[in-house]
Write a new protein. Structure first.
Length: 222
């Protein structure tokens, strides 16, 4: 019973989609595309952190490429008159190996309407407050309250490491019962968002994992 499966990859065929969608590529091109996607995501997640970026989707056709950015503050990405998006496109063009990237590359910003229901943004918020030495129980409890108030059906947060500066590392679990709803991890039709991120504290890294149970997709319940 010790097997652990990522909740997103577990539901890929049913109610989740791949973050990278390509045309069929040969073995050599597959390696190049995969490495490019990793570098692009690291770059964009770091550069657009202030914009509240939660996800980067990459679509590749034979000669074109489209990057979809899910952000809570799209105005920060787009800039005045689209200037911010143009500057971002110039930086991304230097990182891709496709022909004529200025013409064949498209970047789109999509607004995340409720950041409190995005597992990645919630995990980032918890990690940032832990790095600022806020009391971890207060941080987690306030996060759970705001997420449930935003319409979530359940939330679970797990902290792992030297939590609170303890001498011995441990694993603490919050939520997934009572007022915090439930997380049906084995129910495929359940719309569960998951994210994990590290928090670099004075005592070392503390891992933050977040599960959020949202409203189920009715099409997947039939």
């Amino acid at each position: 019973m010790g097997q652990k499966v990522n909740p997103i990859s577990f539901r890929l065929p049913l109610n989740k989609d791949w973050k990278s969608r390509w045309f069929s590529a040969n073995k050599k091109q597959y390696q190049i595309n995969l490495l490019e996607d990793v570098h692009l995501r690291r770059f964009l997640l770091g550069k657009l952190k202030l914009a509240g970026i939660s996800q980067v989707q990459i679509e590749r056709s034979i000669n074109k490429m489209k990057i979809i950015l899910f952000v809570s503050r799209p105005g920060v990405v787009i800039g005045r008159g689209g200037s911010g998006l143009e500057l971002l496109k110039k930086d991304v063009c230097k990182m891709v190996s496709m022909a004529q990237p200025e013409k064949n590359l498209e970047i789109e910003a999509v607004e995340v309407k409720n950041p409190d229901l995005s597992a990645y943004l919630v995990a980032q918020k918890v990690a940032e407050q832990l790095e600022r030495r806020f009391p971890y129980r207060r941080v987690v409890n306030k996060t759970i309250e705001s997420t449930m108030a935003s319409g979530a059906k359940g939330i679970k947060i797990i902290l792992g490491g030297r939590v609170g500066g303890a001498e011995i590392s441990r694993r603490e679990k919050f939520g997934d019962k009572g007022k915090t709803g439930n997380i049906p991890s084995q129910t495929l039709r359940a719309n569960i968002d998951f994210a994990s991120t590290p928090a670099l504290t004075r005592s070392g890294f503390v891992g933050v994992k977040v599960w959020i149970y949202k409203e189920d997709n009715k099409n997947n319940q039939e």
